[in-house]
Design a protein around this ligand. Structure first.
Ligand SMILES: [Zn+2]
Length: 595
């Protein structure tokens, strides 16, 4: 250590360069001292201090060791005993949509009474200033329709017609299946009592036959198509908002799990401007109808990779296009029942008061990619060097995805492939060990593993006790050796990584959800804090082939780290939800500081 001292004393002089011959310690750009630095290495080591140079970690160890690397120009951050860990890696989100939602009239997934709902919309109308003479739409998002208070209240256009605006109004549910619109919007869309339901959608009518303003599934498109699509400039603004939200949450790497070209382009614009503050991975999707003859779709995605992918990882964040998204099914919960199941959903053959739940005939839709299409498609996707990321909610969809990977492993045993199955809400227990055996990563939205409207009212009875006992099986999959990985699915839920991690380790909802949801969700053990943290750091890095650069704190890796306001590894696991990020660093650069 003697020579290190010497170098630090001589820092800034030419002697440093000449002394480099004797492999001295580099003079750090930044040192963080007096902390509990959770490295998330295999041993779970904790260091006191860290030193960073040229965006990489050059030292982890004691305060004395880090101080020895400081020169006159070194920035010193005193952690005051605080906790530092690797930056979060979110392996499944929809950032362009998420960012756009932050800028729209945002109902924030709140449970609202009708007057509260109207007040929020009135505030948006007032803020925007448009009187509607310009035909400008008022669009609201993240409406928690199922939790409107009192529960089951009939939502109609009259509630929107009463708002102090002449504008067409459309309110979209966070669930994605319905929209409520006002009379002006219905008129513009040409929807009246005689309008037939579109295929795959429904227009609600009142007793007199008039449309109520509630549009389900494909019927939403009758209105959506009238709303001007965002311009490329709008997309850049949304991407910027998304990055700011990520930095504040401590997210330093993300996967856009269904990336339209607009998203890759918008983040690329920010990259060129030096504004990319998280490492961006993008997974364009192949649609089911493209599956049987996928060459045009593959050519399109190869072209996007050629245009946007910035090559080998660098200290500064870059854009990577190396994953392809496939939707195997929809969602398992009521009222959709679009999850592909091995056994039928149950139906109530009794009354609401005296229910009698029996297997029905509905096992969900046909798989979006049937086995005969999926196996050759995975072969082609992986031959082109992409990793498949498959959305599978129901156990039937999960089974088909695993079978296709099994076929691929058999036909291409030497090919380096890292397939992921996202969501995995219901998995048949016989499939638990197959994730490890086949090297498939389950990418789980840990915040779903709690009692809430979707899991209780929307799933419990329809699945029956046997399947409900395995719902959201993160702990069971971990026990079976799967590499549990986290993906928030933002903006299906708010971007709240710390709430998701807390649910992962408690399987409990927030107390504000009400006493009816206060107990843990069944479905096996919760994750340990370390398992949940690894899911959102090193395991997520592995799923994106970034484990040699990020995901843990180690000499030589990029300095992607966060300083948080509490020790999440000790104490009350419920309090993890309240974690605040004090500082976020990406490639050695501070991209967020708590106000
Ligand atoms: Zn998603």
């Amino acid at each position: 250590m003697h020579s290190l001292r010497l170098i630090s004393l001589l820092a800034g002089s030419a002697l440093v360069a000449s002394a480099a011959h004797a492999a001295p310690a580099p003079v750090a750009d930044t040192v963080l001292l007096h902390g509990q630095i959770h490295t998330i290495d295999a041993q779970g080591s904790v260091a006191q201090a860290i030193a960073i140079k040229d965006g990489r970690i050059v030292y982890l160890g004691s305060d004395a060791g880090a101080k020895a690397m400081a020169g006159p120009a070194t920035q010193t951050i005193d952690l005051k005993g605080g906790v530092v860990m690797p930056g979060l890696i979110d392996a499944h989100m929809h950032p362009l949509e998420g960012g756009a939602g932050l800028l729209a009239c945002d109902l924030q997934y709140k449970r609202l009474t009708v007057p509260e709902f109207q007040a929020a919309l009135s505030a948006c109308a007032a803020k925007d200033g448009s009187q509607g003479n310009d035909g400008k739409w008022l669009i609201a998002v993240h409406w928690f329709q199922q939790e409107m208070q009192p529960l089951g209240v009939d939502m109609t256009k009259a509630m929107l017609d009463a708002l102090p605006t002449q504008r067409p109004v459309a309110v979209f549910s966070s669930f994605g299946h319905s929209a409520l619109v006002n009379s002006k919007a219905l008129a513009l869309a040409g929807i009246d009592a005689k309008t037939p339901d579109p295929v795959g959608g429904a227009i609600h009518h009142d007793a007199a036959g008039a449309p109520t303003g509630l549009l389900e599934d494909a019927a939403q498109d009758l209105v959506r198509k009238l709303v001007p699509t965002p311009t490329p400039a709008d997309d850049v603004v949304a991407a910027r908002a998304a990055l700011a939200a990520m930095a504040a949450q401590g997210v330093t790497t993300f996967l856009d799990a269904d990336a339209p070209r607009e998203s890759i382009h918008a983040f690329s614009v920010l990259s060129k401007a030096g504004e990319l503050t998280a490492r961006g991975h993008f997974a364009p999707h192949i649609a089911p109808e493209e599956g049987p003859s996928p060459e045009p779709a593959l050519a399109r995605i190869v072209e996007w990779r050629r245009t946007y992918d910035q090559g080998a990882a660098q200290v500064q964040p870059t854009i990577m296009v190396r994953t392809i998204k496939l939707y195997m099914d929809g969602v398992i919960t009521a009222p959709a029942f679009t999850g592909v199941m091995l056994q039928p959903y149950l139906e109530n053959h009794g009354t609401p008061e005296k229910p009698d739940w029996q297997p029905g005939t509905n096992k969900g839709p046909a798989p979006y990619f049937p086995p005969a299409v999926l196996a050759p498609l995975l072969e082609r996707i992986t031959a082109l060097g992409f990793d498949p990321h498959m959305h599978a909610d129901g156990d039937g969809a999960v089974r088909i995805a695993l079978d296709a990977v099994a076929a691929l492993r058999k036909s291409q045993p030497a090919r380096d492939v890292r397939p992921a199955i996202a969501h995995d809400e219901i998995v048949d227990p016989t499939d638990f060990p197959r994730y490890k055996a086949l090297g498939v990563t389950p990418v789980l939205s840990l915040q779903w593993g709690k009692q809430a409207a979707d899991t209780v009212a929307g799933a419990k009875d329809y699945l029956g006790p046997k399947r409900y006992a395995f719902m959201e099986p993160s702990g069971l999959l971990a026990k079976a050796g799967a590499r549990i990985t986290f993906g928030s699915d933002w903006p299906v839920d708010p971007l709240n990584e710390w709430f998701a991690l807390k649910v992962g380790v408690t399987r409990r909802n927030d107390p504000s959800a009400g006493p009816e949801y206060s107990q843990p969700l069944s479905g096996g053990p919760p994750l340990s804090v370390m398992q949940a943290v690894r899911a959102a750091t090193i395991n997520a890095a592995w799923s994106l082939r970034a484990e040699h650069q990020v995901g843990s704190l180690k000499r030589g890796k990029f300095a992607d780290l966060i300083w948080i306001d509490r020790d999440i590894f000790a104490g009350n696991p419920d309090a993890i939800a309240q974690t605040r990020v004090l500082l976020t660093m990406v490639g050695g650069k501070v991209v967020y500081r708590a106000p």
